[in-house]
Design a protein around this ligand. Sequence first.
Ligand code: 6R9
Length: 674
Amino acid sequence: MAFASPPLSAALRRPPSVLSSAACRRRAAAAADAPANAFWSAIARKFHWETPWPADAPAVAWNFDPTAGPVYAHWWKGGRTNICYNALDVHVAAGRGADVALLFEPNEPADGRARSLTYAELLEEVTAAAAALTAAGVRRGDGVVTYMPMGVELPVVMLAAARIGAVHSVVFGGFSAAALAARLAASGAEVLVTTDGVGRGGKWVGLKAAADEAIALAAADYGHTVVTQLVVRNRSAADGRGGGAEEGAAVPMVAGRDVWWDDALAAAPRAGGEVVWVDAEDPLFCLFTSGSTGAPKGVVHTVGGYMVGAATTFKYSFNYMPGDVYFCTADAGWITGHTYVTYGPLLNGATQVVFEGVPTYPDAGRLWEIVAKYRVNILYTAPTALRSLKRAGDAFVAAHDTSSLKVLGTVGEPINPEAWDWYYSVVGASAATVVDSYWQTETGAHVLAPIPVAGLDLKPGCAQLPHLGIVPVLLDDAGGLVEGEGEGYLAISRPWPSALRTLLGDHERMEATYFARFPGFYLTGDGARRDADGHLWLTGRIDDVLNVSGHRLGTAEVEAAIVGVPGVAEAAVVGVPHPVTGEALYAYVVLMPGVEGNDALRAAITAGLRARIGPIARVETLHWVGGRGLPKTRSGKILRRLLRLIAMGGGGGDLGDTSTLADPSVLDELLQTS
Ligand code: 6R9
């Protein structure tokens, strides 16, 4: 076992009881800090610290109340460590270098690219990669952006950046050039690491061409220069110079800027890959995610707390035992791939499968084939994947031996009881436990989960219990605590190690988004209900964030992309339930006078969304709005509640309170056109 931890009971605490004033709440919080500090510090000490944090300092110093001063939470500040060293060197030094770290499974089951890497081999690759980044000018605190598919190289680059104290910003390979350009500029990174392309299902997706376009856009639109682009060779022609985006075709390289990854590694000096010891509160990465308003937010996580949170939640949520084989289907372009592919498993010295492809290619048995091939014990995937695989039929599961499975994790959105039952009874043959993990990019690690060792009766569709050291509360509109059974805004009342520290370049936005409405609490943006057993059920977002196939999309960014299409005057987007993707986009579009809503305009909107965001932003239903426009209040606020009801079929004729509408006749028109 990579590290042992104190008993679970120390951290499985109930929320504090009713507290009457903010001052009283703060006093109680300070008193409640002591056991939590001791608990987390006991775990933190299991890691390697080059310099321990000051002995007389508390584990955490914090303030969640913006009316009392800046919001912050610092864990083990002053201690110096390195997360890459803890994920790799520690295991090799302890004689576990021959243990398998990564089992790479390619998109095509039998194309000969499957390979495995031991901890010693992974350390060698990461050390060389760190030297290559150093040679490219990357130093402690600098940004490195990646735009890569899932594979071995993505975690290698992330770990290499961490090794030299750089800050990685992974941009999902499915985002468009425009989305990448905005993130490149926001991150300030001068080094971009990309890939020639990747096979995804039956298609070859060229990434280098989009990366080139993004670099040009970043320069033109934001005045931002990418100095070096490192290009991982996946399957471009071996000579690699000049050509297109087809699989096996050559890729054009810009002299002086673009360097093949393997050339960079070969040329990298032996020195330069050494571990750079950083403060626990140095930034580790920035990951962009969608908010309810404006541009995507760059969520910043720091080294020490994130390391402790990622490792601890991986171990307990999945009841990880040495020797277990773990398989998470997430792409490291999302937070799940950061915490539960790159960092959590490796910090525990685990063996994991890294999968390049999709669950439905060549057929819907692909995941079960991988489970059987590697005797996977712990599987972690998303409800949307389960729903589409369930639709394909049980025979795909039955064709493979999945009896090695002991833990079945799910994440990304609420799991509907039908998908849960199928996961439990068909995939797990009623012999494995289902762990529905609730968390967010901002929380860095699991927040609610039915931890298997807690000996719980599982409830399908319920994330159930607070994770270690998490104190969730439900708040009502006035900010009062909802005690006992009831529903409210899900918030967290005390700091936890892997919490976000800030939003890149905009600390005020971080305070405004998560702390201003209910001072003293981190507001998740989700609603939840507490049942008679005290278990928590997520009820969905309470803001304008949509969740399509487990991917977060802000209504504002989708609407901006639609309004950018010539002929469109205004747009409003809502989410409606969908049997496979969980939620689907339903867009109300108001056209310019004289413009007609037809197939050509529909195609232009689809293309506009792809260009501004990427293929994940797909509108399921387009609703051309008539001359009366959208339902608005007198102050011009769009009444999304009404739009949601109409999108779902008109609420059976009952639209509830419509008295705030400036012009009630818009409703009749919308109902007639739907
Ligand atoms: C890890 C991740 C976060 C949002 C979150 C919530 C939804 C995630 C969930 C869940 C119900 C679960 N969400 N897991 N809702 N049950 N088990 O997905 O991060 O991309 O930041 O999304 O996803 O709405 O607020 P992220």
